[in-house]
Design a protein around this ligand. Structure first.
Ligand code: AKG
Ligand code: FE2
Length: 283
């Protein structure tokens, strides 16, 4: 079974030593990057040897990925015929990928080892400057820690996330494509900024940054405000990205409908949380 130091470069990222000067410097760096453009990258967070474990695990569970195709706009909304045809909310794109659900990452999973390392959650919370009583691991056995698997022909078109922030770990790059592109903080809680969104959707990349993330890089991203996409992938090698989820309230879990769409199934846990009975017996 791997230890955290077999995966994470704790020398470079001393998340296990809160309060030390090195830890304080690390937090200051991440906060500055998040402040500047809503995105912080920690290169080599998982060292090369650790990445080997994560790739081996991903290859092993890849057949369990649930593939989904949708036609979506940047807001995951439906068609609104009352808006002008060129409105950003009326631009629809194909999206396809496969998520490998969280219950494939069991107690001895290296990816889960990182997610459940107690100092990891504290470090992410600290980096995002979130209060302790508003930061929890996601209580969803299919979605707390997953892999986004993107294969040749797949892509993740322009969108805003529904979560306030996303924590991802690059595990394996595709042979071609699969770059992460984003328009930093293009909208705010009080301003949709549709004109700027429309410019990005139309292919104007003056405001767009492209990241060449390498396996092992950790990314902390405020995806609710920054329009972003993953460029289409080509070649035989799959693109693997680990996604670690956190929530503002305890016991948060995905809805039955959305879970079924993304992971192809639900567990009794989802039905219970939705107030539904697990059995079909007459009361
Ligand atoms: O795979 C990635 O790098 C991020 C995908 C993404 O934007 C998302 O899951 O919302
Ligand atoms: Fe996203």
């Amino acid at each position: 079974m791997s230890q955290i130091c077999d995966l994470v470069d704790l020398g470079r990222y001393p998340m296990d030593r809160p309060g030390s000067p090195a830890y304080q410097r690390m937090i200051a760096d991440v906060r500055r990057d998040l402040e500047e453009d809503g995105c912080a990258v920690l290169p080599g967070f998982v060292h090369d040897q650790g990445t080997t474990h994560l790739v081996a695990e991903a290859d092993q569970v890849a057949p369990m990925g649930h593939r989904s195709f949708t036609r979506t706009n940047a807001y995951f909304g439906t068609e609104d015929p009352n808006l002008p045809l060129d409105h950003p909310a009326r631009q629809f794109y194909d999206r396809s990928n496969a998520f490998i659900p969280a219950d494939n990452f069991g107690a001895d999973s290296p990816l889960r080892r990182i997610y459940e390392f107690p100092h990891f959650m504290a470090f992410i919370r600290d980096a995002l400057d979130e209060p302790q009583d508003r930061f929890f691991r996601y209580d969803d056995p299919l979605a707390d820690v997953i892999i986004n698997m993107v294969e040749t022909g797949d892509g993740f078109p322009w969108h805003f996330d529904t979560n306030n922030f996303t924590v991802t770990l690059a595990i394996q790059n595709a042979e071609e494509g699969g770059q992460f592109e984003y328009a930093p903080m293009v909208r705010s809680p009080t301003n949709e900024n549709y004109d700027a969104v429309a410019r990005v959707l139309a292919g104007n990349n003056a405001q767009v940054r492209q990241l060449e993330l390498q396996p092992g890089d950790l990314q902390i991203f405020r995806g609710r405000y920054s329009l972003h996409r993953v460029t289409p992938v080509r070649g035989a090698r799959k693109r693997y990205v680990g996604i670690f989820s956190f929530a503002e309230t305890a016991n948060m879990c995905g809805s039955v409908e959305r879970t079924r769409q993304l992971y192809g199934r639900v567990l009794p846990h989802h039905l219970e949380r939705a107030g539904l009975r697990v059995d079909t017996l007459r009361d």
